[in-house]
Design a protein. Sequence first.
Lengths: 160, 160
Amino acid sequence: MTMHALTLNGVNVGADEHAWAASAARALSDAGYRRGGARRAILELLDEQACALSAVEIERALSDRQREVSRASVYRVMEELEEIGLVQRVEIGQGIVRYEPVRQGHGHHHHLVCDRCGRLEPFTDEGLERAIRRLSERLPAQVSEHEIVLHGACEDCAES
Amino acid sequence: MTMHALTLNGVNVGADEHAWAASAARALSDAGYRRGGARRAILELLDEQACALSAVEIERALSDRQREVSRASVYRVMEELEEIGLVQRVEIGQGIVRYEPVRQGHGHHHHLVCDRCGRLEPFTDEGLERAIRRLSERLPAQVSEHEIVLHGACEDCAES
DNA sequence: GTCTTTTATAAGACTGATTCTCGAATATAT
DNA sequence: ATATATTCGAGAATCAGTCTTATAAAAGAC
């Protein structure tokens, strides 16, 4: 059995610090959007996130940092960003939609949800990605995104 | 490249007709639940479904067959069933939670969501399952369920 | 710069799914 | 049949997400 690259707990940010926000801003203006304060504030916030945030969490986080953005704006901006493929919706139980930046290669990840404590952990697995690529080629549909959610007990909860 | 079993569009029911409802009822009573009308009606309905239903759809379907069950009961029962691992939540955009029976082996499937027309199609892929099994062994967590959602354009929408 | 036009934003009303509450109904044990 | 615990139903309450509309800000013209 081959060993693939596997990353658990934490996504490597650092090297290309605000790369996503910058390219996102460019993509937005290329797509014909003007720049507005709310949009910029949301981009900056998202860029710092390693994992997914819900609309309500975004609203709250921004107001915490004295840059209030109305709920409607959050949803509108997230919709625009998703349209252009800059963010991806993630839904993991609880009926709440979360959003996270789509980064190419490094940064792409999936989620493990602990059904006991609710913890959300990102992970990556090349074997899984390969299986998805193969499958996508064989399906009659045009697959553009995929989302994998594992449920179970996280390390901590599994012990007790 | 090996070809795995792949089923699109339609899940094979038939052979073990009401197997799920029966084992589900057993599991429930083992878990200390008494049997009530609402619960039984919901089990029967779910057993007939090939794919996921939302709480509202369940409520409506039951009232269509003259066996009304209150909204609260639907949610309560679904929660109990999920707890015991008899049903699984499926969330595929639209902010609506859907539920579907967990069947072992045949019947186990994932979902392809058309982002244009909203169509929901079940599919299975052994390669994917294998990748998940391998991954699960390597993770420090205890993985009990998994859920894969592919997004894209379905066959019909991809053409136009 | 100033004006005009277009686009973005804020505030809050509104919708619809989900949750909660609590009294009524039903199942089980005796 | 009675007692007791569980389940159920009806509707109120909550909360994420949507829609509307007036205001503010940006881009472009002059």
